[in-house]
Every structure is written in structure tokens, then in C-alpha cells.
Design a protein around this ligand. Structure first.
Ligand code: AKB
Length: 321
């Protein structure tokens, strides 16, 4: 049985990935780590270590202590926060990746998952059905780190045989954990506010279309690419991955079907420019061909599930994280 370390396990995707991998592999085979104890569920549901993703020795010690063979590096500073702290975003996003790639190169671990993002694309990229291989001139620090990271993953695979796998996540929507510091975060906040306030003021304009995905699909994609035989993974930078695309106006309309008195207002801020530089939709044919990726949730199914789960959560005493 493989022994897994998740770095950045308290975050939006990391926390659900931890939960899923603990269900599949057994909790003792999945070590979660983060820089603090903020996510009590992750901390209490299996082995947990405090770990700074920028600290090579701390990562190495943790890997050796727990006999880890596979690392999921989920720690990153996202697009909106990255614009406020460019050097910190560069420092975290790049150094953590180099640490893990170098440990794989040294043979300390066998396999790496590192997420990329639609942020690798920019204003000169074709924005509809963005192809796998295309012009990439990202304008955010986060996007630059992801694009450079992709090149290094490909390099480490070709030069040193490192088994690193990656996908370009779109905006991810979930009801369990809040996202933090991204441009697509509005698509999660809107559901919470629809339930608590029946109103949401959106920081993107009404017709801003972006690629998105329900968390269950994102986790499934992550497990699928990691399970695929090495020969099937033909792209070692990162795969395009798609599910649904919608605008704030369209998500609001789907919420209104469940909460008819829900109202939305629009106050675009600095994140509008970031969103405008990203694709509206993604062509993920290659992922579908190489490792049989397919999504399950459309906008209506996702809205139904989000509202059902969040209404339960807000009406129980459970804290919404
Ligand atoms: C962000 O908005 O920064 C992230 C992403 C698309 O990678 N959710």
C-alpha cells in the first residue's frame, strides 16, 4: 500500500483530497500536513504534521519519518492574494515545487501530484475551447508560477525520469471548505450568501464566463490521473481539464430556481482584470483520451447539491469553515 503525504492539506482541495484518500487507502497511510492546525477535521481524522512547504529539510524529515512514497503538493498562493504579495507567491509556489521535485529526483519519493491551473493562460490565449497546446502569456504572478512550474515538471520528467502528474484545475466549487484568495472564489461565496443573506454582491461583472468544476469531479480527476499507468500519461507539464463554464448571471439564475427571492448585485474589483485574462472554456480532449477523464456534474446538479448541503450545514450547529 502506497504511503501518501499531502502538503497543504487544510486548504480547499487539499482537505477533501485528504478525506477521500483516507477513505480509500486507510487513514494511517495518508499523512496530512499544513502550516497550522486550522482544519480540525483534517488534523483529527488521521496522522497530521505541521509543515512549512518552503522548508526542504522539514519536508524530507517528514517523508522519511512516515516512509512516504507519494506526495500531493497542494500548498499554493492563489491568483488574487498573489497579486497582493508577488514575491511571497513566487517564493511559496516555486520553492515548494522544487523541494518535492528534487526529493523525487533523489529517489526519496516515487510519485508526485502538483496542481496547475487555468491561470497559466493569458489575454493572448484563444479564450473559447482553449486548446491543450497554445499561446500562454499569463499576467498574474500565480499564473506565472504555474506556467513555469509546468515547464519544470516536464523537465524533471524528461531529464531525470521523475513521475510527476498535473492538471490545470478550473475554479473549484465545494460546500465543505471555503477557497482562499482566488478569482473564482465568488462561485462558492455566492451559495453561502444565498442561504445566509439571500443576497450576494459579486466582485466580477455579470457576463464574465469562466471554466469551473464541482469538487467531486476535481477529486475524481486527481485520483484518476494518479492511478493511470505511467505510459498513459503523455503530458508531463499539465493536462487541460474541463467540466462546466458559466457567468455570475447564470449561476445566480440557477440559485434562484431554489431560492426565488435571491438577489445579486455586481461590484467588479481588481479581480475582474484577472478573470478577463483567463479562458471562458477549455478543451480537455487529451485528458479524456489519455486517462479516460469525464465529468459528472453540470451547473444545475451542482447548484442542487450545494444548496442542499449548505442548508443542512447552516441549520446544524456545525461550524462552516
Ligand atoms: C484562482 O482563482 O486563483 C484559482 C484557480 C483558477 O487556479 N481558483
Amino acid at each position: 500500500m502506497s504511503k501518501v503525504l499531502i502538503i497543504g492539506a487544510a486548504g480547499q482541495i487539499g482537505s477533501e483530497l485528504t478525506q477521500k484518500l483516507r477513505e480509500i487507502n486507510g487513514k494511517d497511510n495518508v499523512v496530512a500536513s499544513d502550516i497550522n492546525y486550522s482544519n480540525t477535521h483534517v488534523v483529527n481524522s488521521g496522522p497530521f504534521e505541521i509543515l512549512d512547504a518552503k522548508d526542504f529539510n522539514a519536508i524530507k524529515n517528514c517523508i522519511e519519518k512516515h516512509h512516504i512514497d507519494t506526495v500531493y503538493l497542494m500548498a499554493a498562493m492563489l491568483s488574487a492574494t498573489g497579486e497582493k504579495h508577488p514575491m511571497m507567491a513566487w517564493d511559496l509556489n516555486m520553492n515548494s515545487l522544487f523541494h518535492v521535485l528534487n526529493l523525487a529526483k533523489e529517489g526519496v519519493i516515487k510519485k508526485v501530484f502538483w496542481p496547475s491551473s487555468i491561470a497559466v493562460f493569458g489575454p493572448t490565449t484563444p479564450s473559447v475551447q482553449t486548446p491543450q497546446h497554445t499561446t500562454m502569456e499569463p499576467t498574474t504572478v500565480y499564473g506565472i508560477t504555474k506556467q513555469v512550474g509546468e515547464r519544470w515538471c516536464d523537465y524533471y520528467h524528461k531529464q531525470y525520469g521523475v513521475d510527476v502528474r498535473s492538471i490545470r484545475y478550473p475554479g473549484i466549487i465545494s460546500w465543505k471548505t471555503m477557497p482562499g484568495g482566488g478569482t473564482t472564489d465568488y462561485a462558492v461565496e455566492i451559495y453561502h450568501k444565498a442561504i445566509t443573506d439571500k443576497r450576494y454582491d459579486c466582485f466580477l461583472s455579470e457576463n464574465t464566463e469562466l471554466p469551473m468544476m464541482f469538487m467531486e469531479d476535481a477529486i475524481e480527476a486527481t485520483l484518476q490521473i494518479m492511478k493511470a499507468p505511467s505510459e498513459a500519461i503523455k503530458i508531463r507539464s499539465a493536462y487541460n481539464l474541463a467540466a462546466i463554464s458559466f457567468t455570475p448571471k447564470q449561476i445566480a439564475a440557477s440559485i434562484k430556481k431554489h431560492i426565488p427571492d435571491f438577489k445579486i448585485g455586481y461590484n467588479p474589483d481588481f479581480r475582474q482584470k484577472i478573470a478577463d485574462s483567463w479562458p471562458k472554456s477549455i478543451d480537455d480532449t487529451q485528458a479524456r483520451l489519455d486517462w479516460n477523464w469525464k465529468h459528472n456534474y453540470n451547473l444545475e446538479q451542482m447548484t442542487k447539491e450545494m444548496i442542499f448541503q449548505l442548508e443542512k450545514k447552516y441549520s446544524s450547529s456545525e461550524k462552516v469553515t
